[in-house]
Design a protein around this ligand. Sequence first.
Ligand code: SF4
Ligand code: SF4
Length: 212
Amino acid sequence: MLGTGILKGLKVTARNFIGSYFDEERLTTVQYPEERLPQKQAARQFPFLVYDGDDPEAGLRCVACQICERECPPQCIYIVKDTVKKPDYMGKMQFQPKIFDIDVSICMSCQICVETCPFDSIKMDTQFELATDDRFEGLILHKEQLAKSNSYYHQIHPEEAAEVDARLAAAKAKAEAKAKAAQEAKAKAAAAAQQTPAKAPAPVAQKDPSNQ
Ligand code: SF4
Ligand code: SF4
């Protein structure tokens, strides 16, 4: 019958409206900012940089490859690569960013930087209360503000962070096994070279004195 869908919808609305006076479960709003709804795992606002361990500087996963800077559609990422290499979270010598800024007044939360980062170092934060009366400097987030621990990442996106941890651990184990195999092959080659007897020197031809 024509209009059945509308009537069904109105019935649900009326049930929730009247029910909300008696049953808290039916309330769809909260008294913000005194009350806050828990953030959803899939929520995304602006990017942040993940660091491992306790040191936001040494543990920063970012190696300043600048892929995210190039790929960001509104170009709101600004990176200056450091001039010296430091060990990264896997112990490999890498460059790190000297400057890493994101202008969140331009960022459109598209997550392209996250998807293109080969090092799982940039992720989307759920933090949204960034209002400020400083339109320019106040909305440019620097490396120190962007760096957040892996535990924080686990807190806001537990499933995604666990999946990233497993992937990084597998990559680390693979790299370690490869390095170990290379070291063993080198040691084997050195031992084999030691066991091979040295060749006797070729006899020196004597000059015939009658030819002088
Ligand atoms: S979320 Fe999108 S717009 Fe924001 S910094 Fe990343 S790539 Fe740029
Ligand atoms: S966040 Fe990722 S893509 Fe961007 S510079 Fe750092 S390592 Fe490269």
